[in-house]
Design a protein around this ligand. Structure first.
Ligand code: EPS
Length: 389
């Protein structure tokens, strides 16, 4: 299952087309809309989110609430388009006195994108590089999430750091599965701990008072996975690499760790690797810890998959950084219209979707692609074989 997506931040709409969708998958419009709403949420979001009310319109691939095996087209309208019809007109002449974006923001794609594509207006770059496009990606991921849910796999996320405010967890790679959606979604920063939530909000307030922006880290967790997804034999099979690529494809992501992550470099082997034991009750192999974050040799172990992702502060600062005016070549303040002070809680929702697509593909490789009933039958016999080993 793969998707392409298109649409400018201030154009009429954002569109995604999802291909290789098996037939017979039930899809809920309200579930996609609730993911879109989660993506719009989070303490520290900017003015744009009070304009938009993201909802999905599906125009192909689904009949009577179920996929029929053809590509699924999903559209999210940009309400803000109405305020941009002159500056973002699809056809017609450039309006008289059009203000071009010539003061590229450090940290954004503005300057390098303009140099690369030979334009004198950074708007042509920022309209696409903006994280607004993640609304289309979250809508597309709704299909992947339904696929996984049908196979008993759940993907969720939570924020564990904003700036200096950290949610310190006891054995996080084992205990993270105990947080409920209520614990996470009722927090204004999507952190399942009230004290840490308060500290994170204070960090966002501190950045806002300084007219600055702030980043953080979040975890993406997937439960209910079978062991053996991905592969150890070729570079392309390795799920670790595929997850890394998917997570780094999201704007502003600067680091990805699995399980214990970088900490493994400081520890001895005996403190890192998860001892294998037999779970006699569930009749399967398991581990006494999950420092590997659910991945060994490029494959899932069957334990929860836990990725921790670092997001940098958003590059549009209300107290602009120094840049160079591309017309005059003089020192200037970087562009600032409006921005989010912090978008870490929203980015975590986007990351859930990217992880979901990687997992769907790993399931399809092992268990088939054409229809859900065959995929489920194949999965059932695989699970039965694992039990008889
Ligand atoms: C976003 C919409 C954008 C920004 C943000 C995310 O809206 P606008 O540019 O109209 O204010 O709030 O985009 C960026 C962080 C960025 O770097 O471009 C959204 O819908 O998520």
């Amino acid at each position: 299952m793969r998707y392409v997506f298109a649409g400018e931040s201030h154009g009429p709409c954002l569109t995604a087309i999802v291909e290789d969708v098996p037939a017979g998958l039930r899809v809920s419009e309200s579930q996609i809309n609730s993911d879109l709403a989660r993506r719009q949420s989070g303490y520290g979001r900017g003015g744009r989110q009070s304009i938009e009310r993201d909802t999905v319109q599906v125009t192909s691939g689904i009949r009577f609430g179920k996929t029929i095996g053809s590509p699924v087209t999903l559209t999210v309208r940009n309400r803000d388009w109405e305020n941009w019809t002159d500056r973002m007109a699809v056809f017609g002449e450039e309006p008289e006195g059009l203000v071009r974006e010539v003061t590229p923001r450090p940290g954004h794609a503005d300057l390098v994108g303009a140099l690369k594509t030979n334009t004198d207006d950074c708007r042509n770059i920022l309209e696409r590089s903006s994280a607004r496009s993640t609304a289309a990606r979250v809508a597309a991921a709704g299909i992947a999430r339904e696929f996984l849910a049908d196979l008993g796999v759940e993907v969720f996320s939570y924020v564990n750091r904003i700036g200096e405010a950290e949610f310190r967890e006891e054995s996080p790679f084992v205990n993270c599965v105990n947080y409920t959606p209520l614990d996470i979604e009722t927090s204004e920063v999507r952190c399942p701990n009230a004290q840490a939530t308060r500290a994170m909000i204070a960090e966002i307030e501190r950045a806002k008072a300084e007219r600055d922006t702030i980043g953080g880290t979040f975890r993406v967790v997937a439960t209910g996975l079978v062991p053996g997804l991905g592969g150890y034999a070729t570079a392309d099979d390795r799920l670790t690499a595929r997850l890394g690529q998917a997570l780094f494809s999201i704007q502003a992501m600067k680091g990805v760790e699995f399980g214990m992550g970088f900490e493994v470099a400081r520890r001895l082997g005996s403190e890192v690797h998860d001892p294998i034991v037999l779970d006699r009750e569930r009749d399967c192999f398991t581990r006494t810890s999950n420092n590997a974050g659910g991945l060994e040799g490029g494959m899932t172990t069957g334990l929860p998959l836990v990725a921790t992702v670092a997001m940098k502060p958003i590059p549009t600062l209300m107290r602009p950084l120094a840049t160079v005016n591309m017309d005059t070549l003089e020192v200037a303040d970087a562009s600032k219209e409006r921005s989010d002070v912090c978008a870490v809680p929203a980015a975590a929702v986007v990351a859930e979707g990217e992880v979901a697509f990687v997992l769907v593909n790993a399931y399809q490789e092992m268990f088939g692609s054409s229809c859900m009933s065959d995929i489920k039958a194949n999965l059932k016999s695989y699970k039965a074989r694992l039990r008889t080993m």
